[in-house]
Design a protein around this ligand. Structure first.
Ligand SMILES: [Zn+2]
Length: 680
């Protein structure tokens, strides 16, 4: 429903309250999800709350505030970043590379400076050193107003719009004692998981992949278009104060605790120790845990805990005397590059992969490494027979960093990009503006294999039991040539498989059958249209309601859909114009794969009717009720106003029910609501 612009907050006192309540709830769930990794509600329940808030704000735009979760991605692209001077310079730390240096450069020097040479004890705060980008956030009266990069330490760049997209970061501080001014430093980083997903997408789109999570985080944070930043799930941990007015802290330990209580993300791995040996032990412990963390760290930071002592110690040659960065040894090794293999991906991109003489790097044997793409390989002049430096980082695929050219003897052989696909022999093309070399063969077995794997995967059709091994067997037996063929399979087809019993075959067929009625967004994603990730697929499903509608669309129409730009729009239209794709989609439809979602029906029986649900519903869920109402053309809104037609009240309905009575709106019990739905 659309209210006229003349409607004011005064006419929606409940809306104002509900908006506040929703914001608090959403921020709470963001914190549970992004900071504590302990979500309390499902994604769809979260979406529901978010939608309700968006709807209320659409109705009453005067209720929109800067700290609303709906405003995280609000800014227009900028031509360049404004400069921001830091209130207190952001200094860099001196490095230590081993435990002796920690003792000498930090502990001994500090004790000498403070005249504590004989004391064994001194309290330190130990923190993981995130491998990301330092930023400074400014909260005024609790509201996030400015965020800037470290820059040269004195002046950074204004990246406020982009920082706001980090959902784990509060836009407004909550809790007791929030100061009038809080400048706080933090490290923006990308989780390894997010990093891999971003690179996967880039490789498929023929864009150069990021070398490591830090580069990817930097590239994302310095995006001029905040919408691009929003599509990259950045994270942040806060670690140090800048200027603070209206609060005091006696130690780093206290500061981190209080910051966390105000809702700021603080790394839970921080630890307070009472002597330098504790800090040394922490350093070794973190180095040992490095591989199992979901993000990259490149060392630890050790700080004198007491702020009083920090002030006494001060700084020297632009580095504080009271802290040190303890770097981990690099995870690199030299080995021989024995061969360059070609791997063909789902979209036909042919990627060079290094086959290495097996080498151990920090406890793991490495025999393959990515060369990213042909441009990068040429730039590094990597040849078969070269001695190369290989680096591994977390779970990320090891990469060849550089060639040890001094070791060359003249027998090394450069490998040019292929002229034809190693799997199907089709000609390859290089699309202007892309770094990727792509196989254009429509029946390329490698592409088919990868696209079927993608189709069956978790975020897509989620066909349990249809794993890589099964898919490979189906292909090699010629049982499947397209994703549509999957739905033609019978139990007999599976019986000749290795390790496939009656039960497994039955389960697999049941899973295939169940996938026919999957969510439309998943189905669109499963089709593997270039540039269409899970999120875009979801938006398309909501906007179009069925594949049939999407197939008929135009570039112009697509670009009016939220989050869809010209490249994506063009890619979608091209996909549906392809006759082979059409044939597969039609076949899928014949087999019964044609999910739809009901978009707002115009002219339905409840068209234009506005419903509000309140209280505890016992006969059905709110999701069910919403779907029923929307199927019949009605709307479900969050708050009661004169434009509300029905209020459906469950048990313990409160203020909304009162308001409905006041306004004389029709009130329905749960049974009455069900009756209304059933009327013809
Ligand atoms: Zn091919």
């Amino acid at each position: 429903m659309q209210l006229s612009l003349l409607d004011t907050v005064e006419q929606h006192p409940n809306a104002a309250n509900r908006v506040k309540e929703l914001r608090l709830q959403l921020e709470h769930h963001n914190r549970q999800y992004y900071q504590r990794d302990a979500p309390e509600i499902s994604d769809s329940e979260y979406d529901e709350l978010f939608r309700e808030l968006t709807a209320l704000e659409d109705q009453c735009p005067e209720l929109i505030t800067q700290d609303s979760p709906t405003q995280r991605v609000g800014g227009a692209p900028v031509a360049r970043f404004r400069a921001v001077a830091h209130g207190v310079p952001m200094l860099s730390l001196e490095n230590a590379f081993n435990e002796e240096e920690i003792r000498a450069k930090l502990d001994a020097r500090i004790k000498k400076e403070l005249g504590l040479a004989d004391s064994p004890l001194l309290t330190y705060m130990c923190e993981p050193k995130m491998d990301g980008l330092a930023v400074e956030l400014v909260y005024e009266q609790g509201l996030l107003t400015v965020a800037s990069t470290r820059g040269d330490g004195v002046t950074g760049e204004d990246v406020t719009q982009n920082i706001r997209t980090i959902r784990g970061l509060p836009l407004r501080l909550t809790g007791e004692g929030v100061p009038g001014l809080l400048e706080i430093r933090g490290e923006v980083y990308l989780s390894l998981d997010a990093f891999q997903k971003i690179n996967q997408g880039r490789e498929e789109n023929g864009e150069p992949s990021f070398a490591n999570p830090r580069n990817a985080a930097a590239g994302s944070l310095r995006q001029l278009d905040p919408r691009i930043t929003a599509s990259r799930p950045l994270s942040i941990y806060c670690y140090a104060p800048g200027r603070v007015e209206g609060a005091t802290f006696s130690s780093q330990y206290e500061f981190l605790n209080v910051a966390s209580r105000w809702g700021l993300p603080v790394n839970p791995m921080v630890r307070r120790v009472d002597c330098v040996e504790g800090a040394v032990a922490y350093y070794h412990e973190m180095n040992g845990m490095r591989e199992s963390l979901p993000y990259e760290i490149d060392g630890t930071v050790i700080k004198v805990d007491s702020f009083q002592l920090q002030r006494e110690l001060g700084e020297k040659s632009r580095a504080p005397l009271w802290a040190i960065a303890c770097k981990f040894p690099p995870r690199q090794a030299e080995t021989q590059l024995e061969n360059i293999l070609l791997s063909v991906g789902r979209t036909g991109v042919i990627t060079p992969v290094a086959q290495l003489k097996p080498v151990e790097i920090s406890g793991v044997t490495v025999s393959r490494a990515t060369l990213h793409n042909w441009d990068e390989m040429a730039a590094k002049d990597i040849r078969i027979g070269d001695t190369v430096v290989v680096e591994r980082a977390g779970d990320v695929i090891p990469a060849v960093v550089r060639v040890v050219t001094e070791r060359r003897n003249g027998s090394e052989r450069a490998v040019p990009p292929p002229q034809s696909c190693p799997e199907c022999g089709s000609a390859v093309v290089r699309i202007a503006g892309e770094v990727a070399v792509r196989c254009m063969g429509i029946s390329c077995p490698s592409q088919i294999r990868e696209s079927i794997k993608h189709f069956a995967s978790r975020g897509a059709m989620d066909i349990e039991g249809l794993g890589d091994k099964v898919i490979e067997q189906l292909l090699s037996l010629g049982l499947v040539r397209t994703v549509a063929d999957l739905y033609r399979l019978t139990k007999d087809d599976f019986m000749c498989f290795e390790r496939m019993g009656d039960k497994l075959a039955a389960n697999l067929l049941a899973a295939l059958n169940a996938s026919k009625s999957c969510d439309l967004g998943r189905y669109i994603f499963a089709l593997g249209i270039r540039h269409v990730g899970e999120r875009t697929a979801k938006s398309l499903a909501q906007a179009y309601g069925s594949l049939a509608n999407l197939e008929k669309t135009t570039v112009e129409e697509l670009t009016s859909v939220r989050d869809i730009g010209a490249t994506v729009a063009q890619s979608i239209v091209t996909f549906f114009n392809n006759q082979n794709n059409q044939a597969v989609i039609n076949q899928l439809r014949e087999y019964g794969v044609d999910p739809t979602v009901v978009v707002k029906t115009v002219g339905g029986r409840l068209s234009g009717r506005n419903f509000v649900f309140t209280g505890t519903l016992t006969r059905f869920t709110r999701d069910f009720a919403r779907k029923q109402v929307e199927d019949l053309g009605g709307n479900v809104v969050g708050s009661v106003s004169r434009k509300t037609d029905y209020v459906v009240a469950g048990e313990e309905a409160g203020s909304k029910l009162l308001k409905a009575r006041e306004l004389g709106i029709t009130i329905l019990g749960e049974d009455e609501f069900l009756n209304l739905l059933e009327q013809q």
